[in-house]
Design a binder for this molecule. Structure first.
Ligand code: DC
Length: 219
């Protein structure tokens, strides 16, 4: 049997994690798991049900009967494909503060660890190299200049036919990065042994090749 490899990709919003992780998954023929989508699925359920994530009883009741999955590039909430519903500002705005709640992190971390148990995966998020797979075979921490990240995100939204203005995308991103990296429990943080990749001045192909060169060198 071939050895299982787990590749952790962490970093702030808009650094290119999901685009690059998908490319690497395709190159290596392994599964890609977007953990941000899983936090977004929980946020969508909170919005739909009106559950207050600061109310431990309400939250516990909700989490007991909530199933989140990420498979074949799609995100599922209680069996429903919600991939098209979770990329909104409203969901982003709830996903960031609710992901600071330990009960939510425990639940999703368990699910994510189970996903990397039997097959090779590349997983992106905020705490993959530090918490979910501290023993991952490869760890990358992707960064990029905040203005460049906001510019890319704005262009991405416009390409999708959505209205987006650089100033508001930038402000929203800076706020989310601050929340994600300053939360008390399992914040966004570079693992000590992660390789830092700055994508500010590199295109998708260059970043993918750079990361693949690290992986292929040691595999
Ligand atoms: O990567 P994203 O923007 O889709 O993630 C949405 C939110 O979920 C983000 O603001 C932080 C949170 N998140 C997290 O706390 N831990 C992860 N592993 C992934 C995402």
């Amino acid at each position: 049997m071939q050895d299982i490899i787990r590749i952790a990709v962490d970093g702030p919003a808009g650094a290119g994690k999901s685009t690059i992780a998908k490319e690497i998954a395709r190159e290596l023929n392994i599964d890609y798991i977007d953990t941000g989508a899983m936090y977004r699925a929980i946020a969508l359920k909170l919005i739909r049900t009106g559950v207050d994530y600061n109310n431990p009883q309400q939250l516990e009741e909700m989490l007991k009967t909530t199933d989140v999955d990420f498979a074949d590039g799609k995100t599922f909430l209680d069996g429903e494909d919600i991939s098209g519903l979770i990329r909104t500002d409203e969901v982003s705005a709830v996903a960031s503060p609710s992901s600071a709640i330990p009960a939510i992190r425990y639940k999703l971390t368990d699910l994510q660890q189970a996903m990397g148990q039997r097959k090779s995966i590349i997983m992106d998020g905020r705490d993959i190299g530090t918490v979910v797979f501290p023993d991952a075979e490869f760890k990358f921490y992707m960064v990029a200049d905040p203005e460049i990240r906001a510019r890319r995100r704005t262009e991405e939204l416009i390409m999708k036919g959505e209205k987006a203005e650089f100033e508001s995308v930038f402000a929203e991103m800076v706020k989310r990065d601050k929340q994600d990296s300053e939360r008390a429990f399992r914040p966004l943080k570079k693992a000590d042994d992660a390789i830092e990749i700055d994508s500010s001045n590199l295109n998708i192909e260059e970043v993918t090749n750079l990361m693949l060169s690290y992986i292929r060198k040691e595999k």
